[in-house]
Design a binder for this molecule. Structure first.
Ligand code: BES
Ligand code: ZN
Length: 883
């Protein structure tokens, strides 16, 4: 195999397109195996072009070319050239012209789920990032914006519903052929990746929304017939999203109709196509019986996310795919703010930070590390990453923290004003904040170009005589692939100093000024910040609300941590103090496994105060008592990680906490029983999560009574949240209760594929020793299919990404199992296969035995003949290139 069979695309090579496309008329004639597409493109040379526009190169993949016409004239074979992924028209006039291209594609055979494909009986499309080229030859790049008119024709019985972007302008029968058509027109210019088309037997629910300027918008959610009664929450979430975007950002919806379609085979979560969002059905369908509180919450967040893209992504899009964070990071930030406003701000912040640390920190510390705006890629689908999304969101949040809410809003307003209708860049985005607020963000830009998580090392000195407290902060930045040396960042450090009475001391800097909202802007590799008029030795609360995506090292005593757990006015940092404390206890207990004292006794005492504080929200208290996960602990250990040792130590400590707090936990369990009918709102969900957290700690004791209680929780459940809590706990306990519960669940839900995903996942996440064998057997379960990405994520994804213990089994069985599924999957769905490979991203931190086995597994993938470009890029970066 050649050293590098795939081309690397680089940001620095960006060139404007040779042509503009004024309008696109698509004619899509649907047939399962032979769909005929005619595209009529009105084109002209691009005034911004840097090359000649005397020929035209369009991209296309998997297309059968039928005919090309240039300004009405049919071209002969010598007038154009076709390769596996392009169509070149050898001579085009340097003035406006029309090009008419007819091609045929095969939706039925499309198992990659990008371009035009079939999900069950439905036809649907997924064009981001580069799927449109599988529908027709085109300038399939985000900086080519055009007006789309789409005519869809299909068998009226097989596909009674025909949808595309924009407004419906015409529909009717096609003579007596039994076929019918619909014509949709989207008045907004858009890049091809936002194109969508759906056709099939679909039912829908409808509603309306009145915008702030008084326009009435028709809202529709389309689903498989029979599922209409599970769309209510999605519709409710949509209306609240629309209202929130108006309230918080002054942004109103712009078409007369907004549609969402739920499909069951979908590579991602959901897609923001203009006016026609396409969703993975698990992010639309919900009823109390079939969806957990967590599902309801994700539905709300993702409906919000895709809706918010209408302004951040669609109206203003990306010049090129390197700018992906411009829409994704910003839109994740917006959806997080939406959730924070709709629910509890602190609980949402904790969830976002947990997610960032679980997914992004390891990415940033490993072989796949890349900046929020990468500078090169082989396959763009591999760059829809935690870094682009979650760290990208943190970068927006830091801007908001640095500029203040009002300053940030001014910058956003300017961004919408300046760039509406454009495809733009990160520089242009940041310039809006500089101009709106009169600040210099040159140093801040480093957040977009440097990879790796900065380390902040802090220390605090107090001087009684002068009543000053001095904080020393050092930034250190380890090298990452391609970036050996780094410059210091601008970091907003939100902080407080707490007096012995538990109250915040007013922060006063040396020059007498007060930091706004307690935010100090760090800019140098090492700096000292002096606070005056500090009457007594304070306890510092640093990085409040996790004001920057950094690793903080601050030498705090156990007493200080206990103090913060009770007194910090910043609830996020109270939670953080508990996490830090618990991490210390668990890691210490690993080092001295034979210690005589029971590890976790003091931790239990320290947790008690906040967990039992009835003035705090139940959801928050549930988070407070959810101690660091196994990957959290592995991240702190950093090298020579032994997942089994971590698992044991964590188990030991949790058991002590469960025993020590048993009485309190039982009370919480009893007193937070939900009354009345199920409601998915944050307050009710919070109560259920507190009960679940209490039950889970109780069960840690392993007493027969606890197992009975878990079985009872499962058996008496009236909603999926409780049912799955019970099942999840029993899944870790070998015995008849487990067997019975799994069988009962399967029997109850075998007719519902979405619910069965939970059944697969729960078994894949079990810590029992034969889990790998169970997963292997489940791969052959009649309801399992590698062709359905949700199934792949439920079984293989849960095992590889949420079961550190068994995926990393010391005999390598976990790796082999995952790798052989990935290789099979890569044969038809490279995008999802490459994503699954991410499970190996931290393999170099493992202890030598496992490291060797993981490396061998990765080699098996790399040497597989016919490996996709997607998997190739990930696996070679993961192993480390030998160039
Ligand atoms: N634009 C993406 C969907 C997408 C990603 C399409 C990659 C093609 C390739 C969409 O807006 C998105 O970000 N979806 C997320 C969910 C979101 C809430 C973070 C997803 O699908 O996971
Ligand atoms: Zn998105």
């Amino acid at each position: 195999m050649p050293a590098k069979p795939h081309r690397t695309i680089r940001l620095k090579d960006y060139k404007p397109a040779s042509h503009e496309i004024d309008s696109v008329d698509l004619d899509i004639n649907l047939e399962p195996e032979k769909t005929r597409v005619t595209a009529r493109l009105k084109m002209r040379p691009n005034p911004a072009r840097e090359t000649l526009a005397d020929k035209l190169v369009l991209v296309g993949q998997g297309l059968e070319l039928v005919e090309v016409k240039l300004s009405g004239r049919k071209l002969g074979a010598k007038d154009y050239a076709v390769t596996a992924d392009s169509l070149t028209i050898k001579a085009v006039p340097e003035k406006p012209f029309t090009l008419e291209i007819t091609t045929i594609c095969n939706p039925q055979a499309n198992k990659a789920l990008t371009g035009l494909y079939r999900s069950r009986d439905m036809y649907c499309t997924q064009c981001e990032a580069e799927g449109f080229r599988r529908i027709t030859y085109y300038l399939d790049r985000p900086d080519v914006l055009s007006i789309f008119t789409t005519r869809i024709e299909a068998d009226a019985e097989a596909a009674p519903v025909l949808l595309s972007n924009g407004n419906l302008v015409e529909s009717g029968k096609v003579g007596k052929t039994g076929r019918h058509y619909a014509i949709w027109h989207d008045p907004f210019k858009k890049p091809s990746y936002l194109f969508a088309m759906v056709a099939g037997k679909l039912a829908h629910i409808r509603d309306t929304f009145k915008t702030m300027s008084g326009r009435k918008v028709e809202l529709r959610i389309y689903v498989e017939p029979g599922k209409e009664d599970r769309c209510g929450w999605a519709m409710d979430s949509l209306k609240r999203s629309m209202a929130w975007d108006e309230r918080r950002w002054g942004r109103e919806y712009d078409l007369d109709i907004f549609m969402i379609v739920a499909v069951s085979d979908f590579n991602m979560g959901a897609m923001e196509n203009k006016g026609l969002n396409v969703f993975n059905d698990k992010l639309v369908l919900a009823s109390p019986e079939t969806a957990t509180d967590g599902n309801f919450e994700s539905i709300e967040a993702v409906i919000g996310h895709e809706y918010f893209h209408n302004w951040t992504g669609n109206r203003i899009t990306c010049r090129d795919w390197f700018q992906l964070c411009l829409k994704e990071g910003l839109t994740v930030f917006r959806d997080q703010e939406f959730t924070a406003d709709e629910r509890s701000g602190t609980v949402e912040r904790i969830a976002a930070v947990r997610g960032l640390r679980a997914a992004q920190f390891p990415e940033d510390a490993g072989p796949l590390a890349h900046p929020v705006r990468p500078s090169s890629y082989i396959e763009i689908n591999n760059f829809y990453t935690a870094t682009v999304y979650q760290k990208g969101a943190e970068v927006c949040r830091m801007l908001q923290t640095t500029l203040g809410l009002d300053g940030f809003r001014k910058g956003m307003d300017l961004y919408f004003e300046r760039h509406d209708g454009e495809a733009t860049t990160v520089e242009k985005f940041v310039a809006c904040f500089e101009d709106a607020c009169g600040v210099d963000l040159k140093q801040f830009m480093l957040w977009y170009s440097q990879a790796g998580t900065p380390e902040l090392v802090c220390s605090l000195r107090y001087d009684t005589k002068s009543q000053t407290a001095e904080l020393t902060v050092e930034q250190s930045l380890s090298p990452s692939p391609g970036q050996p040396k780094k410059k210091p960042y601008q970091i907003p450090l939100r902080m407080g100093l707490i007096g012995s009475n538990g109250q915040d001391i007013e922060l006063q800097l040396e020059d007498g000024s007060e930091p706004r909202d307690g935010v100090i802007e760090l800019t140098r590799a090492r700096e000292k910040i002096r606070f005056k008029n500090v009457p007594s030795k304070p306890v510092a609360s640093l990085l409040r609300g996790f004001s920057a995506p950094v690793n903080l090292t601050f030498d705090q005593s156990v007493e200080d941590l206990e103090f913060l757990m009770v007194h910090d006015s910043d609830l996020y940092n109270r939670w953080q103090a508990a996490q830090t404390y618990a991490t210390r206890v668990i890691i210490n207990s690993m080092k001295s496994a034979k210690a005589t004292t029971q590890p976790g006794l003091e931790l239990a005492m320290a947790l008690r105060h906040t967990v039992s504080d009835e003035s705090l929200e139940p959801a928050y208290r549930a988070q407070f008592m959810s101690l660091p996960s196994e990957p959290d602990l592995a991240r702190q250990i950093r090298s020579n990680v032994d997942p089994a040792a971590i698992h044991e130590a964590r188990d030991r400590v949790l058991k002590v906490v469960g025993q020590e707090l048993a009485e309190l936990l039982q009370q919480l369990y009893e007193r937070n029983r939900a009354k009345g009918t199920y409601s998915p709102d944050a307050a009710n969900a919070g109560k259920r999560s507190l009960r679940a957290a209490a039950l889970s700690l109780l069960v840690r004791r392993g007493l027969p009574a606890d197992i009975t209680l878990a079985a009872k929780h499962f058996g008496e459940a009236r909603n999926m949240t409780d049912q799955l809590t019970g099942l999840g706990l029993l899944a870790d306990i070998a015995g008849p209760e487990r067997t019975r519960a799994l069988a009962a669940f399967e029997k109850q839900w075998s007719g519902d594929l979405l619910v069965m995903d939970k059944w697969f996942a729960v078994q894949a996440m079990s810590d029992l020793p034969d889990t790998a064998e169970q997963v292997e057997a489940l791969l052959r379960h009649p309801l399992f299919s590698l062709h359905n990405p949700n199934k792949v994520r439920a079984l293989i994804g849960s095992f590889a990404q949420a079961n550190q213990l068994n995926f990393n089994r010391p005999d390598g069985k976990g790796y082999q199992l995952v790798v052989s599924s990935i290789i099979e999957l890569d044969g038809f769905n490279p995008q999802v296969a490459a994503r699954m490979l991410g499970a190996f991203r931290s393999w170099q931190t493992l202890e030598p035995g496992r490291r060797k086995l993981a490396s061998k597994a990765l080699e098996t993938v790399r040497s597989h003949p016919g490996l996709s470009r997607d998997a190739y890029e990930i696996v070679t970066k993961m192993i480390g290139s030998e160039e």
